[in-house]
Design a protein around this ligand. Structure first.
Ligand code: PMP
Ligand code: GLN
Length: 395
């Protein structure tokens, strides 16, 4: 029998959840839709993936591959990932014991944090920082420790990081190519990180979702190819970025077998496993290496096209060495703080962007708002970028 409903029960939010709002990506995309603005805010392509990918998914469905795949991912996809890694980074990752397919990078990151970080553990992140890291750390009772990446090149200051390491440091999260700045870590950065964590129990979580988007002759330096780091790292990537299918939500994690075992303990009770036909489709599709190898040239063209659109504008463009994001300073246009400027830009100029301060926490948000930087996503058709350029040049 149902109990009579008298008044709504009082169910208090857990304290860290009270501090969490809706992600800036959801907020800005919703506002762009509401205003009919050109959406260069949330990072996703406005063009189609190749039909061959959809055909492969359809074939897998018709072939009856519609039930649970193995918890760790289909053998086909894990093998295809291992082969790609061997070809690109000249290193061997075992498809059975070191690769796990995930529901995109967000789940991979959350699961890795839940598997390795406990109450009171400290996790060092680099600010500006991708928005999902801190809430995940705080959800499992960890403490977020911020290192700073400084304008204009956003390179880590390793002596600063060294000073932040304590006996409680459990994890360091790196992200290269970097969202939102487009910065890349170099070989010297990876060596510096390896020297810092040497002899400690620190786990490195390396977010490499933009691994194929590096420009101007630079090479992506995956942590899997750095033996000292690979031995203690969880590497995350996402097919959403690579194959223009952010809505498929499929990614993967690579880690040494011992770390993978712990990762999977958490993964099995988090999502258990991931969409079978889409895994099979990607496995089939990625066998043709040009499909990821051509991405750098493909996005170089888009980056250059977008930068050319803004060349005669009053925006000042920061360097973009990787990812599909372009930072722009607007202090010649407005003295509004960046969050207010992003709202104004969407409503009044008809172009949505992300304020850089959304990637900062605590008392540092104010300084970030005053830095007057916004992030544009150039993973768009030329017609979209040209239309946005026309509006942005008027400001
Ligand atoms: N990490 C970074 C740096 C990202 O930019 C994104 C999303 N664009 C993710 C993780 C999440 O990827 P996914 O959509 O596969 O969850
Ligand atoms: N990673 C994408 C971005 O930075 C958005 C992903 C999301 O909406 N969670 O724009």
């Amino acid at each position: 029998m149902n109990a009579p409903v008298s008044e709504a029960p009082v169910i208090a939010s857990r304290p860290h959840l009270s501090a969490i709002g809706t992600t800036i990506f959801t907020v800005m995309s919703a506002l762009a839709n509401e205003c009919g603005a050109i959406n260069l805010s949330q990072g996703f392509p406005d063009f189609q993936a190749e039909p061959a990918l959809f055909d492969a998914a359809h074939r897998a469905m018709l072939a009856g591959r519609n039930q649970y795949p193995p918890m760790i991912g289909t053998a086909e996809l894990r093998r295809a990932i291992a082969d790609k890694v061997a070809a690109l980074y000249a290193t061997t990752v075992d498809a059975d014991s070191e690769i796990t397919v995930t529901a995109g990078a967000t789940q991979a990151i959350f699961t890795a944090i839940a598997a390795f970080v406990g109450p009171g553990d400290e996790v060092i992140v680099f600010e500006p920082v991708y928005d999902s890291y801190a809430p995940a750390i705080e959800t499992v009772g960890g403490r977020v420790v911020h290192a700073q990446l400084a304008v204009p090149d956003f390179r880590p200051d390793w002596p600063q990081v060294a000073a932040l390491i304590t006996p409680r440091t459990r994890m360091i999260i790196i992200n290269s190519p970097h969202n939102p700045t487009g910065a890349l870590l170099g070989a010297d950065d990876l060596d510096a990180l390896a020297a810092l964590v040497h002899g400690t129990g620190i786990v490195v979580l390396s977010d490499e979702v933009y691994e194929h988007m590096v420009y101007d002759g630079a090479r992506h330096l995956s942590v899997v190819a750095h033996p000292a780091l690979a031995a203690r790292s969880i590497v995350v990537s996402s097919f959403g970025k690579t194959y223009h299918i952010t809505g498929w939500k499929i990614g993967y994690v690579m880690a040494p077998a011992a770390l993978t075992r712990d990762f999977r303990k958490m993964h099995q009770f988090n999502v258990f496993t991931v969409n079978t036909p889409c895994q099979l489709a990607i496995a089939d599709y990625m066998r043709e290496a040009r499909r990821h190898l051509e991405l750098a040239a493909f996005y170089t063209e888009k980056r250059d096209f977008f930068r050319a659109q803004l060349a005669d504008s009053r925006f000042e463009l920061l360097p973009c060495r990787g990812s599909y994001f372009q930072l722009a300073r607007y202090d010649a246009i407005s003295d509004l703080p960046d969050d207010e400027f992003a709202l104004w830009l969407t409503r009044e100029a008809g172009v949505a962007a992300i304020p850089l301060s959304a990637f900062y926490g605590g008392e540092r948000v104010e300084a970030a708002r005053a830095a007057r930087l916004v992030r544009f996503c150039f993973a768009k058709q030329e017609t979209t970028l040209a239309a946005a350029g026309e509006r942005l040049r008027r400001l």
